[in-house]
Ligand binder design. Structure first.
Ligand SMILES: [Zn+2]
Length: 259
């Protein structure tokens, strides 16, 4: 049976009720279902009053990621980019720019599958290959992970814990991927702005059977235009921005709630 070993800092974060039944992998008759508690997805940042986090998924995109980076640089804001490994080989310069400008690069699997449909070994392969690709491209190894579609199964969470990755979710979803209109994205982000909020947006495309290949298509111009508008507004309102890796998670079942 595989033992999940967590660093001391993680042990304090063990969420009650967050379990993975690893005994299922043992041969019949010898299996002893053992409950191992693993960290749960973090939907908010524990960074103090009026601090939020911006996250961008599915890149890098040669067309839109540089525009997102331009807006962030203009306002001196750092964000987290959850990248797909199979985009990195095509666009290593974009990854290197993210790193050089102080942004955090998170792991968003290799090819953006629904991890709930994969075996533990395949999940591990999706994540580890991406770890290796990011490290090779820019010399940094991700410490944050976001599952495609937010599908964090117990198996995926157990693999994350084993690889030393913190699972990151979100609290504000403007559904920019659906191109609802720039003003709608702006309104949704501003409505969700709050202490601890993690905003989910997309600088790339997901790929898969129903989507263009990652990096090859998809229109993210609304995402860029919305960012250009709401970011200065939020800064003027007194918000600052951080990345989840810079702060400890909230204690289990004590996530900050606004209102
Ligand atoms: Zn995604």
């Amino acid at each position: 049976m595989r033992e999940i070993r967590l660093p001391l800092s993680r042990r304090r974060l063990l969420a009650v009720g967050a379990t993975a039944l690893l005994g299922l992998a043992c041969p019949p008759g010898r299996a002893v279902a053992r409950t191992v508690q693993v960290p749960q997805p973090e939907g908010e940042v524990n960074a103090g009053p009026d601090v939020m986090a911006l996250t961008f998924d599915d890149g890098p995109s040669p067309q839109y990621t540089p525009k997102v980076l331009d807006v962030l640089r203009e306002h001196g804001v750092k964000a987290t980019f959850f990248v797909c490994g199979d985009n990195i080989g095509q666009y290593p310069d974009v990854i290197r720019r993210m790193a050089a400008e102080g942004h955090v690069i998170g792991n968003h699997t290799w090819s953006h599958p629904n991890l709930n449909e994969l075996s533990a070994d395949d999940i591990r392969d999706q994540i580890q290959r991406t770890q290796d690709a990011v490290t090779k491209a820019c010399g940094r190894t991700p410490v944050l992970f976001r599952a495609p579609y937010g599908n964090f199964s117990d198996t995926t969470l157990a693999v994350c814990a084993d690889l030393g990755l913190r699972p990151i979710s979100w609290s504000v979803d403007p559904e920019d991927w659906a191109n609802p209109g720039t003003e709608t994205i702006i309104d949704r982000v501003l409505a969700g702005a709050a202490t601890g909020a993690i905003v989910l947006e997309h600088d790339g495309t997901e790929g898969g059977d129903d989507d263009p290949a990652p990096g090859s298509g998809g229109d993210r111009s609304q995402t860029v235009a919305a960012l250009s508008s709401y970011l200065p507004k939020l800064l003027a309102d007194g918000y600052t921005f951080t990345t989840p890796d810079a702060h400890p998670p909230f204690p289990p079942k004590q996530f900050h709630r606004n209102g």
